[in-house]
Design a protein around this ligand. Structure first.
Ligand code: F6P
Length: 535
C-alpha cells in the first residue's frame, strides 16, 4: 500500500487547501480553548502544539492517516520483537534497554526471545565498571586511578554519549573528565591527547561493526599514544570496547572481559541506552543513568497506551507530516533554549535524517512524497542573533520545536527568566507576527507571522526528563517511517561515500594515480598532491 494513494492522504491534501490561507491569529481568536485543546502533559513534560497551523479537523484527518497506515499494528510489531528492520532482518528492541522491571521483554506472548537476561547481565557489568572508575578503584597499568575517559565513536556510537554527557554535565563526577572524539581529523583527537596523562586515561572504542574507519583510525592513534608512554602490554589495560564484533575488538588487543556487547537488534542511532551509554554512566553514575532509562521507559509506556489523538510522539510525527507533506515545509528547526542541550540538534539530525531520509519504501517502491525534512538548529538565544531574521521575514515556511526548562541547573540570578521570556517571545512572534504589537505600518518592520512551532517545557533537565525527551523523538521517527512506509532502521545511502573514499585514499596518499574519477575529483586530487608533496 502506498500511503499517498489512500483516501486519508487525499482528504488531508484537500483540507490543506482550506487551512493554508488561515492565520494562527484567526485560529486563536476563534477558539479560546485552543491551548488546552492542543497541549498535553506527559510525565511532567508539557507539549504545546497549539501554535501549529491545525484545526480540530486536521487532527482528526491525521489520526485517520495513522489508522490507514495501520500504525497500531506497526507499534505492536516493534514492541513484539518482530524483525521490523526488514532489509536487515532484525528487530529494533532499544526499548528493552530501558525496560527496568522484572518482566520479560518482549512480552512472553510475542513469540520472540526475551532479551532481558542479557540486558540485565550487561547492566550489571556496566555498573561494576562505572563504580570502579568513579571510586578510583580502576587503575591504569602504572597504578594511577583512571581520571579521564575518552569515547572513540562516530554517528550513533558517538553523538548520543556526547549529547547526553553534555546535557547532564551538572551531575558529572568532579574528579573525572569525559571526552568524545569522532572525526578522522587529527584536530579532533590530538588536542584531547595533548591535555591528558596516559597513565590515568581510559579509552572506550565504541563501534557496532568495529570496521568504521574514523573510529579505528582514532583507536590506533590512541593505542600508539598509550604504547609509547606505557609499553605494549600495559597500553591494552586501558582500553574498553563496546561492539557487536567482539572478535575484531580482541584482534585489536582489547581484553575479552573489557568487551561489552552491542546487539544487532540495537540500531546505532537508538543505542545510547545500552553500553554505548557508558561514557554517560561514568560521568553521572549508574543511579542517574538508570533514571535516564526510566524516562525513556515512561515514554515507551505512554507511546504504547495513549490514543493517537493524545499520544505525544504520534502527535509530533503527525504534525511533522502535516507540515512537510501538506503545508510544504522542507526543513525543521530544532531550537532548545537550554545551553546543556547544545548537541541535541546534531544528535537528532542523525536520528531523523539517517532514519527517514529515504525516497523508497520498504518494498523498494517510491514513497511518492517528501520524507524526512532537513533538520537543523542551534541554541537559543544565540540563534535569535543569527538566523531568526529569516524565520520572521524570509518568507519561507520553517516549522520549529522550542525546548526549555522551568529551572536552570546553573545558579546565576537573573539569567533564566530572560532566557525563558525570549523563548516564549520567539514562539509568539513567529506565530502572530508584528500585528501582536500593532506595529504594522512600516513594511520593513512588518513580520507576517503564521510560522508554526511547538514548545516543549520540562520542569528541569534531569536524567529522567532527558530520557523522556529522547524517547519521544525516537518514537516520532518510528511513527513517521511507519506512515511513509519506509524502514527507519537501515542506512544504505551512507555506504557509497565510504566506498569512494577507500578508492580515493591511495591517490591522495600519493601512492597511485587516481583512476576512474571525474575531472573535478581528479583535478582536486592533483591540486592536493602538489601541496602535500611540497611539504
Ligand atoms: O555511517 C553511518 C553509520 O553506519 C551509522 O549508522 C552508525 O551509527 C555509525 O556509522 C557508526 O557505526 P559503528 O558503530 O559500526 O562504528
Amino acid at each position: 500500500m502506498n500511503i499517498t494513494e489512500t483516501p486519508a492522504w487525499k482528504a488531508l491534501a484537500e483540507h490543506a487547501g482550506e487551512m493554508k490561507p488561515r492565520h494562527l491569529r484567526e485560529l486563536f481568536a476563534s477558539d479560546p480553548g485552543r491551548f488546552s485543546r492542543f497541549s498535553l502533559d506527559v510525565e511532567g513534560m508539557l507539549f504545546d502544539y497549539s501554535k501549529q497551523r491545525i484545526a480540530p479537523k486536521t487532527l482528526d484527518l491525521l489520526v485517520a492517516l495513522a489508522d490507514a497506515a495501520r500504525l497500531g499494528t506497526q507499534i505492536d510489531a516493534l514492541f513484539s520483537g518482530a524483525p521490523v528492520n526488514r532489509s536487515e532482518h532484525r528487530a529494533a528492541l532499544h526499548m528493552a534497554l530501558r525496560h527496568l522491571d522484572d518482566s520479560p521483554f518482549p512480552s512472553s506472548d510475542s513469540g520472540f526471545e526475551d532479551v532481558m537476561p542479557q540486558v540485565r547481565a550487561l547492566r550489571e557489568r556496566m555498573g561494576e565498571l562505572v563504580r570502579a572508575i568513579r571510586d578510583g578503584a580502576l587503575r591504569g597499568a602504572s597504578g594511577e586511578p583512571i581520571r579521564a575517559v575518552v569515547n572513540l565513536g562516530v554517528g550513533g556510537s558517538g553523538l548520543g554519549p556526547k549529547m547526553a554527557t553534555q546535557a547532564l554535565e551538572h551531575l558529572a563526577h568532579p574528579g573525572l573528565r569525559v571526552f568524545h572524539v569522532s572525526n578522522f581529523d587529527d584536530a579532533d583527537l590530538w588536542p584531547v591527547l595533548d591535555k591528558l596523562d596516559p597513565r590515568s586515561t581510559l579509552f572506550i572504542v565504541t563501534s557496532k561493526t568495529f570496521t568504521t574507519q574514523e573510529t579505528l583510525t582514532n583507536a590506533r592513534s590512541a593505542r600508539d599514544w598509550l604504547l609509547s608512554a606505557l609499553g605494549a602490554e600495559a597500553a591494552m589495560e586501558q582500553f574498553v570496547a563496546v561492539t557487536g564484533n567482539a572478535e575484531a575488538a580482541q584482534a585489536f588487543g582489547i581484553r575479552p572481559d573489557r568487551v561489552y556487547p552491542f546487539w544487532e537488534w540495537v540500531g546505532g542511532r537508538f543505542s545510547l541506552w545500552s553500553a554505548v551509554g557508558l561514557p554517560i554512566a561514568i560521568s553521572i553514575g549508574m543511579e542517574h543513568f538508570e533514571n535516564f532509562l526510566a524516562g525513556g521507559a515512561a515514554m515507551d509506556r505512554h507511546f504504547r497506551a495513549a490514543p493517537f489523538s493524545a499520544n505525544l510522539p504520534v502527535l509530533m510525527a503527525l504534525i511533522g507530516i502535516w507540515n512537510t507533506n501538506f503545508l510544504g515545509a522542507s526543513t525543521h528547526l530544532l531550537n532548545p533554549y537550554c545551553q546543556p542541550l547544545c548537541w541535541l540538534p546534531g544528535y537528532l539530525q542523525q536520528l531523523e535524517m539517517e532514519s527517514n531520509g529515504k525516497t523508497l519504501g520498504d518494498d523498494a517502491d517510491p514513497v511518492g512524497a517528501d520524507t524526512a525534512p532537513v533538520l537543523w538548529g542551534g541554541i537559543g538565544s544565540d540563534t535569535q542573533h543569527a538566523y531568526f531574521q529569516l524565520l520572521h521575514q524570509g518568507g519561507r515556511l520553517i516549522p520549529c520545536d522550542f525546548i526549555a526548562c522551568a529551572e536552570s541547573e546553573a545558579a546565576l540570578p537573573g539569567h533564566h527568566e530572560q532566557l525563558l521570556a525570549n523563548c516564549l517571545a520567539q514562539a509568539e512572534a513567529l506565530a502572530f507576527g508584528s500585528a501582536v504589537l500593532g506595529e504594522e505600518e512600516d513594511p520593513r518592520k512588518r513580520c507576517p507571522g503564521n510560522q508554526p512551532s511547538s514548545v516543549f517545557l520540562l520542569p528541569r533537565l534531569g536524567p529522567f526528563q532527558l530520557g523522556l525527551l529522547i524517547a519521544a523523538y525516537e518514537h516520532k521517527v518510528f511513527t513517521q517511517g511507519a506512515i511513509w512506509g519506509i524502514n527507519p532502521f537501515d542506512q544504505w545511502g551512507v555506504e557509497l561515500g565510504k566506498k569512494l573514499a577507500r578508492r580515493l585514499l591511495p591517490a591522495i596518499a600519493g601512492t597511485e594515480m587516481p583512476t576512474g574519477s571525474d575531472t573535478s575529483t581528479a583535478g582536486l586530487i592533483a591540486w592536493l598532491r602538489a601541496r602535500i608533496h611540497e611539504r
